[in-house]
Design a protein around this ligand. Structure first.
Ligand code: SF4
Length: 273
């Protein structure tokens, strides 16, 4: 059986950077250390960081001192402001690409455009970009339900697929006299989606490795599923040997928060089976 790992699988630039920032803080700064929600969407990595002292919290209630780390997905400005007012030391690990998307969103609203965000309204990154007035759309079909505005501006959650974003933009063109488009999709995500699509077209089976809460992993799964049998796994133990029966070529791809050691472990296991 041939096992091929999609090019570019594993930590993206933003995740690597966030981990480096946090590891350094854990070594050099004074604790306690907090993040609002997991630092990245990978349970194994989050577990290791918690052993080193990084605590995950749901809100800032009761937190009076320590170091507050803004994770790679970013946070709404009001939350950062609250942490500042509490006197917490703030370390910002927001990915620069997410930051760029946040800035574009704010510029559009400040410029008088009705902001539209293409993404998942429950995702922390979208929450970090949105204001009370923003419109959040997941699919092109949802454009029909919104009102028309003279000036509209649109940004994307960085993990969006280009096809979906283009579909929304095309329909928005009919809703606004002026439409400003900021294609804030991350190039690392687009590349990984392309290499996964290519692999799925050739393989008899594809395994997508990554956290169940990871938006970009879920998107890779959706893409691959359109071409071949695909399973989304978080851990090695989730592989069912019956999936591999009579398969000649197995592809492996992984979300941007999946560590290389886990990808290698899965590849070894599949070859062994
Ligand atoms: S996927 Fe892209 S936007 Fe998201 S953290 Fe990685 S580099 Fe940043």
């Amino acid at each position: 059986m041939k096992v091929i790992v999609a090019r570019g699988s594993g930590f993206c630039f933003g995740v690597k950077r966030a981990l480096e920032i946090v590891e350094k803080a854990l070594r050099e700064e004074r604790g306690p250390f907090y993040t609002l929600g997991p630092l990245i969407h990978n349970p194994q990595v989050v577990e290791k960081l918690s052993q080193k002292g990084l605590k995950i919290i749901d809100n800032l209630k009761g937190i009076k001192e320590g170091t507050f780390i803004i994770r790679s997905h970013g946070l709404p400005r009001a939350t950062i402001e609250l942490a500042r007012k509490k006197g917490l030391r703030i370390i910002d690990a927001t990915c620069p690409y997410v930051k760029r998307a946040q800035e574009r969103a704010r510029e559009l609203e400040a410029g008088g455009y009705q902001l539209v965000i293409v993404g998942d309204r429950d995702h922390p990154e979208v929450k970090s970009m949105a204001s009370e007035k923003s419109i959040i759309l997941q699919r092109p079909s949802q454009v029909e339900k919104i009102e028309s505005y003279p000036r509209m501006g649109v940004v994307a959650q960085t993990t969006q697929s280009l096809e979906n974003f283009k579909g929304v933009v095309k329909r928005l063109g009919k809703k606004a006299e002026e439409l400003k488009v900021c294609a804030t999709i991350c190039s690392a995500v687009s590349r990984q989606q392309r290499s996964t699509r290519k692999l799925a077209k050739q393989a008899d089976l594809v395994l997508i490795i990554g956290g169940r809460n990871s938006a970009n992993t879920k998107r890779l799964f959706q893409i691959s599923k359109g071409f071949t049998e695909t399973h989304h796994i978080e851990r090695l133990s989730e592989i069912d040997p019956s999936w591999l029966k009579n398969k000649k070529m197995v592809g492996i791809s992984a979300g941007a928060s999946t560590p290389k050691w886990l990808i290698n472990e899965v590849a070894r296991e599949v070859k062994g089976l």
